[in-house]
Ligand binder design. Structure first.
Ligand SMILES: [Zn+2]
Length: 101
């Protein structure tokens, strides 16, 4: 039997009794700049790369994450309901009327 775990609260999701919500987050860099221009900026990472003694692969992976990321999460019903109210994880304390005084 396939078991799922909520990626937010780590609760087991039993597919026979619980609804499982799949949240797919796709982030794509958008702009007027030519992507080849952006690639040239990788040169600026070389100093950092030497400092970290990182491989070219790690450097490229960091750069790719800047342009495109796709993530998928399993959520239980409870976490889905909380997620959908605040999908960008904004600080809601101000909206709730709390102050820092
Ligand atoms: Zn959950």
């Amino acid at each position: 039997m396939i078991r799922y775990t909520c990626d937010r609260c780590k609760r087991d999701i039993d597919p026979s009794t619980d609804l499982r919500y799949i949240v797919t987050v796709e982030i794509e860099a958008a702009g007027e700049a030519d992507v080849t221009d952006l690639v040239d900026e990788v040169d600026h990472l070389e100093e950092l790369q030497e400092m970290l003694q990182a491989s070219d692969e790690i450097c490229a992976a960091v750069f790719d994450d800047d342009l495109y990321q796709r993530k998928q999460f399993d959520l239980c019903k409870c976490c889905f309901q909380q997620y959908i109210r605040n999908p960008l994880a904004r600080d809601t304390s101000a909206a709730m009327g709390y102050s820092k005084n």
